[in-house]
Design a protein around this ligand. Sequence first.
Ligand SMILES: [Zn+2]
Length: 419
Amino acid sequence: MPVKVNAQRVENDFTALSQIGITPEGGLNRLALSPAHLEARNWLRERILQAGLEFRVDGAGNHSAYLQCGSPGAPTLLLGSHLDSVPNGGKYDGALGVVAALEALRRVKEEALQLPFNLEAIDFTDEEGSLVGLLGSFAVAGLLTEEKLDNSRIGLEAMSATLQRAGLSRASVLSARRNPSELAGYLELHIEQGVRLEQTGAQIGIVTHIPGICSYRLIFLGRADHAGTVPMVDRLDAAMGASAFILAVREVLSSEFPDCFANVGQANFEPGAFNIVPERVTLGLEFRSTEPKQFSQLEARLLASAQYEAGQYGLGFESHFQGRIAPASMDTQIQSAFSAASDQLGIPWISLASRAGHDAQALAMVCPAGMIFVPSVGGSSHSPIEYTRWEDCLNGTNVLLNAVIQLAQKRQKGKPYHE
Ligand SMILES: [Zn+2]
């Protein structure tokens, strides 16, 4: 018989948490380390202490409930998500995963289940990126750099002040790295933020991959000329090569990389006058793939295509790398634990790739990681109308708890699940 969560307690927790930072439209303003976010974290701390669990905060401000298993030197299985939101965001994004993680620890404690790992329910700082993006999970994974902190979206000064207000500092944040050998894995429950579950009628989505995201600035270099006196055939028009490339992106993706996504979302023409042939066009390119090999093939293919189109029009070409988050594969043993738990509970599930970034992406770089999604009504998210049926929230919480038990059983049989 599967162990069940305390439905009323989960609902009470979720309802209370949803009031902190609530907006007139019924959404949430809980930007990372804002007063409302810190209030939500205080609320979490109280709930952790009331449950008789150990409370911890690390140098990145990540708040945790901790349950020791009693075996010295045992690794820790992390369960979690985030309590921060985007401006006027939804109640479920992140918060549901934190409430579910806390409930899983409470139920394991109440049932006095003997697990071969410690359990930790963690609320990661700044998943949504009002400061840096995935700050807390990158810090734990040891992937946070000085450079990332320098490039904070709110600027250096405001970043220092914000960290200070929360009792943190650059040095403390950079010291939050955990030794990967102490981590048994990471499990996260999240809302889908899309309509694939709704369309298939499944109630649980087991995530297979999280996409990598890479961006470049591409520069096409021609020659400024009089727009009336220089014959069309004699021009080195940077706009021609840039435009040809934008059209080629769509063609390359649809014919060679149908599972990937690419976007040219910015273009700047210089000198930028009606009567001057463009000398220089800068494009902002971003592309996504869930497969590491395909990700680098796509990168090479798009850069070669840009170079080729520039050459077709006699133009010079430069590419400037802007940033990359690697694609992450979710651990297959954790996926199996989620599917076994769903089957045990009689909840229909499907496998799917995530289309958004999540904390699990950072953790996957250093330990086995897995995620489940529950349906988002109409696919709406990052908005006050974000909604997940309560039955689905509870199903997800029950699957999370029972996946932990599945993993424990596998490990106890002497099979490390991350072989
Ligand atoms: Zn989220």
